[in-house]
Design a protein around this ligand. Structure first.
Ligand SMILES: Cc1cc2nc3c(=O)[nH]c(=O)nc-3n(C[C@H](O)[C@H](O)[C@H](O)COP(=O)(O)OP(=O)(O)OC[C@H]3O[C@@H](n4cnc5c(N)ncnc54)[C@H](O)[C@@H]3O)c2cc1C
Length: 302
């Protein structure tokens, strides 16, 4: 089913980056459609931290307030559901939803985030965001001085161990197989009493996501309450790539400082474009995208 309205912008993804862009565009009297299927990457985290004025709040409460703020602007419309594809048309772009509905727009913003690739270790997925953590800046203070493990390998895991000493001195590195650390990295970890454990992990025992013990394939066990996991991730939506936006070697959508992608009229903001993975970065990026979209629309009609 095709909708007759031509929107100024469609925002796919209505979480921190998308709502922030919607606020800027709503306040600029733009007709906006936000399409979101409500699956942000921090959905399992009980609390969010390090976001000014919302430190130690439930992520869903922050989103609910953000939505209420944006809903005050009556030119912004919301649709709950998944966008399935997008194509270029003479007026701009057409977005098709999973249910077959079609919407047309002059500009398109992807605020679609990324999806963490969780290794197939029983117990890991259920504990992700609860006691298996992605970032000490977001969650380190709450678990400071606790016995802590870092799950990862190579330079990324080394960097996490190094930074983590600001929160705890009780750290061991789990490489879950052969270590890829350099000799120099090993020496520096040893200097700070960080043990490297190469045993392969069999499973994680937890209660409601609170990790209790970690079992290795050689039947040994490590009692540990906190794990930082350096996971890989993929784009949450393949629409930007299918549409023709340039994706960088590191998997992020290429954008310039105005959040413009390689395609004219298409913008991207938030986790899908950048390693800096915190709410405040996503909110800032969304504001930039919203303002720049309004600027581009203004320059085209002025
Ligand atoms: C476990 C965990 C805990 C975290 N804790 C903190 C914290 O305490 N403090 C902090 O500052 N940061 C934290 N972060 C980081 C923070 O959550 C992210 O930086 C932030 O959510 C990024 O916002 P975003 O809008 O770019 O993407 P997301 O919040 O991931 O939102 C993307 C949205 O797009 C939607 N979407 C994607 N594709 C489609 C589609 N095709 N159709 C419709 N909708 C679509 C998704 O459903 C989702 O709602 C945490 C991250 C994780 C993984």
């Amino acid at each position: 089913m095709k909708n007759d309205q031509l929107f100024d912008a469609i925002i796919i993804g209505g979480s921190f980056a998308g709502l922030s862009a919607a606020l800027a565009l709503g306040r600029a009297n733009r007709n906006i459609l936000v399409i979101d299927d409500n699956n942000p990457c921090n959905i399992q985290a009980p609390r969010a931290h390090n976001f000014l004025t919302w430190d130690n709040s439930k992520p869903c409460d922050i989103i609910a307030k953000a939505k209420a703020d944006v809903k005050k602007y009556d030119t912004v419309k919301f649709i709950g559901g998944r966008a399935d594809g997008a194509k270029q048309i003479s007026k701009g772009f057409e977005v098709v939803l999973a249910n077959g509905e079609r919407y047309e727009t002059k500009k398109l913003l992807f605020a679609t985030g990324v999806k963490d690739v969780i290794p197939d270790i029983p117990g890991l997925s259920a504990s992700w965001g609860i006691s298996v953590l992605h970032c000490p800046y977001c969650h380190g203070y709450e678990v400071k001085d606790k016995q802590t493990a870092v799950l990862g390998n190579g330079i990324n895991a080394f960097d996490v161990c190094m930074v983590l000493t600001q929160w705890t001195r009780d750290i061991r590195l789990l490489t879950n197989g052969r270590s890829e650390l350099s000799d120099e990295q090993r020496i520096r970890l040893k200097k700070h009493n960080i043990e490297i454990i190469e045993n392969e992990i069999d499973r994680i025992d937890h209660e409601g996501g609170q990790v209790k013990s970690l079992y290795f394939k050689d039947k040994t066990k490590l009692s540990i309450p906190v794990i930082y996991a350096k996971l890989g991730h993929t784009q949450h939506s393949d629409i930007p790539e299918k549409l023709g936006c340039k994706i960088k070697d590191d998997g992020y959508i290429e954008v310039d400082e105005c959040k413009k992608t390689s395609m004219y009229g298409v913008y991207a903001a938030g986790d899908n474009t950048s390693k800096g993975r915190t709410i405040s970065f996503a909110v800032a990026a969304g504001t930039v995208a919203g303002m720049m979209i309004n600027g581009e629309l203004s320059s085209e009609s002025f």
